[in-house]
Design a protein around this ligand. Structure first.
Ligand code: FAD
Length: 296
């Protein structure tokens, strides 16, 4: 069986990917650069401390060294900015084939969406080292198991480094759609901002995060940028997804294509969303939502 090397940037990503790696490999090494080590999810965690003034992406020489030491032949990477940069360098260094946007892994065969999510492709890397970048929610983070072993690997500055000229903390993200089991998404069917309370009541009842379609984040600014779902927003795989007052345009539905169950509420029985959901309610959201929330 294979040995896996996981490159993660966030704790939840580390948990998910290590759980997935465990299902295809008999050894799992987690590698984290520039963020706290995560234990209990892999056989060991390689931790690379990135000195102030350096950027995480420049830890690639250390990551490649750690990969070589791990003896791994399969790599799973989180689809986050720095992890993608690091895994790209690793792929180039190893001459390894890489598949991006993986939503399912069956042995070495990966499923990933293409044409903006209108199709699913299966493919496998034809090189000895196989690299996959994986969409959040593909694996069950709760299944991760491992030890507390942490190995510190020194940061090796590359000859051509990026020089950080400054940084400024932004307010913390107000929603965590990627980590949520249940998401209630609001679309343009909500005609007044105060009507969002109907969705928030449902979300509070079932412990869901509240997200939206793009117009509610970029047309009006009822939601922050990180709350919208879709091809240019968040790609998520919750267990259950409520699309409320969402018409079901492809650019939105791609973002929830990995959801276990999709429930739609729309007053137009011909709305495209009804062809893409498991359960549908035809009706005014202001009538349906309070009844649904009360019934749950
Ligand atoms: C390049 C590109 C990228 C894009 N990326 C994204 C993306 O990432 N995410 C995204 O969301 N969109 C994206 N879009 C926009 C996308 O094409 C759609 O325009 C958008 O998703 C529509 O949002 P909506 O379903 O909320 O609104 P609408 O399409 O206007 O649908 C509103 C729905 O609400 C229903 N409705 C109205 N009133 C009620 C009521 N009282 N009760 C119940 N239902 C009601 C209507 O019947 C209608 O079906 C992108 C577009 C482009 C061109």
């Amino acid at each position: 069986m294979a040995k896996a090397f996981v490159i993660a940037e966030t704790e939840n990503g580390a948990r998910e990917l290590c759980a997935g790696a465990r299902s295809i490999a008999d050894g799992v090494v987690l590698c984290i650069a520039g963020a706290p080590a995560v234990t209990g999810v892999a056989d060991s965690c390689v931790h690379i401390d990135v000195p102030a003034g350096n950027v995480v992406d420049d830890a690639y020489a250390s990551v490649i060294k750690a990969f070589d030491a791990s003896g791994a032949d399969v790599v799973l990477a989180e689809q986050t900015l720095h992890a993608l940069s690091l895994v790209g360098r690793l792929a180039a260094a190893k001459g390894a084939a890489a598949i991006a946007g993986v939503t399912e892994l069956d042995g070495d065969v990966a499923s990933s969406m293409y044409f903006g999510g209108t199709g699913v492709r299966t493919a496998k890397p034809a090189t000895d080292v196989k690299i996959y970048t994986v969409v959040a929610g593909t694996f069950d983070a709760a299944a991760a198991t491992g030890t507390d072993a942490v190995e510190e690997v020194a940061f090796e500055a590359p000859a051509a480094a990026v020089v950080k000229t400054g940084s400024e903390a932004l307010p913390p993200a107000s929603v965590d759609l990627a980590g949520a089991d249940a998401v209630v998404a609001c679309g343009r069917g909500f005609q007044a901002e105060e009507d969002l309370q109907f969705a928030r009541d449902l979300a509070a009842k079932i412990g869901a995060e509240v997200g939206c379609s793009r117009p509610l984040s970029e047309g009006v600014t009822w939601f922050p940028r990180e709350a919208y779902v879709g091809v240019s927003g968040q790609m998520i795989s919750p267990k259950i997804y409520f699309a409320i007052g969402v018409s079901g345009q492809m650019q939105h539905m791609v973002g929830c294509a990995g959801a276990g169950t999709v429930v739609a509420i729309n007053k137009d029985k011909n709305a495209p969303v009804f062809k893409q959901c498991d359960y549908g309610f035809v009706g005014d959201l202001k009538m349906v939502l309070p009844e649904l929330t009360a019934a749950l």
